[in-house]
Ligand binder design. Structure first.
Ligand SMILES: [Zn+2]
Ligand SMILES: [Zn+2]
Length: 145
């Protein structure tokens, strides 16, 4: 077994919510859907899809609040700093969707982004770079399946 581990945290300077995963993510994708972008206030979301069994909140779990941005979409925020760290969606009950920017930088995350999804919902001020990755107008499952 490897010692693979990737850690993340909220933006609290003291007692941050901390979490980690211990297996390479199932996938990483760029999401342009309105739910992600409007909730996060960003032009895109970079999402790592991690198995629940390999994902763990390791500190300050009591600071996490759930917000259902959709009936099927359960987003986890820090009640103190407001950081949106990860979410669960009903369609993928065995996985947690981690917002990659909340993870430590400069380490191997176990995957790299493999596609763009919900390009039809893209904000008009954002231009998708010519990175050669597949683009999908709506949701498209990974080829990992
Ligand atoms: Zn926080
Ligand atoms: Zn999204």
């Amino acid at each position: 077994m490897s010692n693979f581990i990737v850690k993340g945290k909220c933006r609290c300077e003291e007692n941050p919510v901390q979490f980690q995963y211990t297996k390479e993510p199932f996938e990483i994708h760029y999401c342009l859907c309105t739910d992600c972008t409007e909730t996060c206030g960003g032009s895109l979301a970079i999402i790592a899809v991690v198995e629940n069994a390999e994902f763990e909140v390791t500190a300050n779990q009591d600071k996490i609040k759930n917000f259902d941005s959709l009936e099927t979409c359960h987003r986890k925020f820090c009640t103190e700093c407001g950081c949106h760290m990860f979410l669960n969606v009903d369609a993928y009950p065995d996985h947690t969707l981690v917002h990659v920017p909340t993870l430590e930088r400069g380490v191997d995350l176990g995957q790299t982004p493999d596609r763009w999804v919900f390009t039809d919902s893209k904000h008009p001020m954002f231009t998708i770079p010519d990175d050669g990755l597949p683009r999908h107008s709506g949701w498209e499952a990974t080829s990992n399946t």
